[in-house]
Design a protein around this ligand. Structure first.
Ligand SMILES: O=P(O)(O)OC[C@H]1O[C@H](O)[C@H](O)[C@@H](O)[C@@H]1O
Length: 639
């Protein structure tokens, strides 16, 4: 059996989506049912899904009008806030129309897709908003639901409308500048906005590549509405064109433009919004297209023979217990592949995350899927974050395949296909991983910065300067392959694993997930692995009015100086962010968080004693900075 867990839960993801690593989508007759009965079953086994079942509803649903309205834009909330669905969905409709308006005023020169829902609502606002504060690297993130102390709502409906308009304007400008081909929409006066409903982040990107005339695909731009694994009160937006995700500079442009639009509309210049009702919005079941393509991709990899790679080790074809709701059509992908999915769990999306944090880095989340694999005697468990760009797996023996281990596994697969290639990773990867990639697999490990966009961009850059790279991965479970357009797609990684299993089963029908585990044989792992996050109090007098970034840099500089005087410690010769130091058989890295006023400290060591020695070296240096909250570090050292 092949057991898989998907961890679709909170926001905008679906287990279906998670399987949709299908790239280069083609026009699709949608003959899934037919395929299910007549085409080979590439995977025979058990697939365990793990989403976030709404076992119980938290008592205190926050009912601030704005937040709940906006929340409808996030598919995780569509399900978790059932009682407000109508009102919520209205936000999306208005918002979508805002985008449409931009197209209309520009002679419908582009199509856009998004994963919002639709309904009716009438919320407006003219409150002052600092749009640039909504930037989160190459995404937009904000607070969409009130009720959390110290976290006022800043991602309101009017703010989102302004951002949507700004994206539309940005896209049209880009089309002009790049001389993009005009879309079908110009000649057919077709729909302006395609609405996909529950969808995954990678699927939204794929909609810019899918060739499907009937469904007006590809779109010119796509917007994913999700806050990924962030707490329930957050929401966010990710933007795509066929060139990939927008970068930081693009997002800044859009937010600046959105700020102006917002200001104008607050002062009565609401022409755009008045025209909005003229925009057309249509629904497309894009996830079915995507699912079907993924099935084909796995089958192709399994040899496309007249039957699957081998008989199941047990049982017959069993459908998982995923509810048949949009985006959660587990059987659309897994059933045709012959997987047994009984035992999948938490398939009902719930933005309150009643079961565990939807993040494959989270210990409780990994424990949940591991338990499900054991309880169901599954061969493999697969788990995703809410928008399916992060993933991890668990083998039949309960061995977690996440973080460094997952990178090692993916590296093994990719290096088989591309011997000697460079694997780009984030900065918190282990020394053991470097040894594994370079000595065991014969590849090159390029440890770069934290942030999925950073590693992807770096891998692309390496290729342009003649250094071949095929994989960019973060310990967070984000990962992108060159063969998949460098799309940040946790689902695609899992498909690569499934393909590996499927291929192995052609040779030996009885083979299980040990095939995967064997691939990471020899990866050295530290006994102690810890991440401690040290907060900077931005209001502390010691910042002297400066930014937390400057303060953090000063802390790092001081640490660097103090390390150089310690004979037990040695600064990493090559390092791209923060201060990375080896010593006592392990290492530590102190760096500035990508987005927060935080200095994350990662320590890996062969023993607790060694980890404490490394931690003490950091403590000595950082305790001279009173705005830094070192409570968590002290707690670790005193354990
Ligand atoms: O720098 P940190 O606060 O640890 O956050 C780092 C993380 O930030 C975001 O979530 C990015 O999407 C991730 O790619 C990155 O790993």
């Amino acid at each position: 059996m092949i057991g898989i867990e998907s961890k679709a839960s909170s926001s905008s993801t679906s287990p279906t989506a998670s399987w949709e690593a299908g790239r280069r989508l083609r026009p699709n007759p949608r003959s899934d049912t037919h395929e299910a009965t007549t085409t080979p079953r590439a995977l025979s086994g058990k697939i365990i899904q793990n989403a976030f079942l709404a076992q119980h509803r938290p008592q205190a649903r926050h009912s601030t009008r704005y937040p709940s309205d906006f929340c409808a834009l996030d598919t995780r909330s569509v399900h978790s806030f059932q009682e407000r669905r109508l009102r919520l969905a209205g936000t999306s409709a208005k918002w979508l129309n805002t985008i449409s308006t931009a197209w209309i005023s520009s002679s419908k020169q582009a199509y856009i897709s998004c994963n919002a829902a639709q309904g009716s609502s009438d919320v407006s606002s003219s409150a002052k908003v600092d749009f640039l504060k909504l930037q989160n690297g190459s995404d937009i993130r904000g607070v969409a639901v009130g009720g959390v102390e110290g976290e006022p709502v800043n991602l309101t409906e009017p703010v989102t409308e302004a951002i949507a308009s700004a994206f539309a304007a940005w896209l049209l400008n880009k089309k002009k500048a790049d001389g993009w081909r005009l879309t079908l929409g110009i000649t057919t006066a077709g729909h302006d906005v395609l609405q996909f409903g529950l969808a995954s982040t990678p699927a939204m990107f794929n909609s810019t590549l899918t060739e499907d005339e009937i469904n007006h695909l590809p779109v010119d731009g796509a917007i994913m509405i999700t806050a990924s694994h962030l707490p329930y009160n957050r929401n966010g937006l990710k933007f795509f064109t066929s060139a990939g995700g927008l970068n930081k500079a693009d997002i800044k442009d859009i937010l600046e433009h959105a700020s102006r639009i917002y200001e104008d509309s607050s002062h009565g210049s609401t022409q755009e919004l008045e025209q909005a009702s003229k925009g057309e919005v249509s629904n497309v079941d894009y996830m079915s297209i995507y699912a079907s393509d993924l099935v084909k991709a796995v089958r192709k990899s399994a040899g496309n023979k007249g039957r699957g790679p081998g008989p199941r080790r047990r049982g017959g074809a069993v459908i998982g217990d995923a509810p048949a709701r949009q985006g959660y059509k587990l059987d659309k992908v897994l059933k045709p592949l012959g997987a047994i999915t009984t035992g999948s769990q938490f398939l009902e999306p719930d933005g309150m995350f009643p079961n565990h944090i939807p993040n494959p880095e989270d210990k409780t989340a990994m424990k949940a899927i591991t338990q499900a694999v054991a309880d169901n005697k599954a061969d493999l468990g697969i788990i995703f974050d809410t928008d399916v760009d992060r993933s991890a797996a668990v083998d039949s023996s309960g061995r977690e395949l996440n973080r460094n281990r997952l990178i090692a596994l993916m590296s093994a697969i990719v290096l088989e296909e591309h011997p000697g290639t460079t694997i780009v990773t984030d900065s918190v990867t282990s020394d053991g991983l470097t040894t594994f990639i370079e000595n065991k697999l014969g590849g090159k490990h390029h440890r770069f910065k934290r942030g999925y966009k950073n590693v992807i961009d770096e891998a692309i850059r390496l290729n342009t300067i003649g250094e071949e790279s095929h994989l960019a991965m973060e310990t967070s479970g984000h990962g992108a392959l060159k063969e998949n357009h460098w799309l940040d797609d946790g689902a695609y990684l899992m498909v690569k694993l499934l393909n590996k299993l499927a291929a192995a089963r052609i040779l030996n029908p009885n083979v299980g997930s040990k095939v995967l585990t064997d691939l990471v044989e020899g990866l050295e792992e530290a006994s102690v692995t810890v991440e401690i996050r040290l907060k900077i109090d931005q209001n502390h007098a010691d910042l002297k009015g400066g930014s937390f970034r400057d303060y953090g840099e000063a802390v790092l500089k001081h640490l660097e100086n103090s390390i150089s005087k310690d004979e037990h410690l040695c600064k990493a010769p090559k390092n791209y962010e923060g201060v990375r130091v080896s010593g006592y058989g392990g290492w530590f890295l102190l760096r500035l968080s990508l987005h927060d006023p935080v200095l994350p400290l990662n320590i890996e060591a062969p023993s607790k004693d060694d980890a404490i020695k490394l931690g003490l070296a950091v403590l000595t240096a950082v305790s001279e900075f009173p705005a830094l909250d070192i409570t968590a570090l002290n707690k670790f050292l005193q354990q």
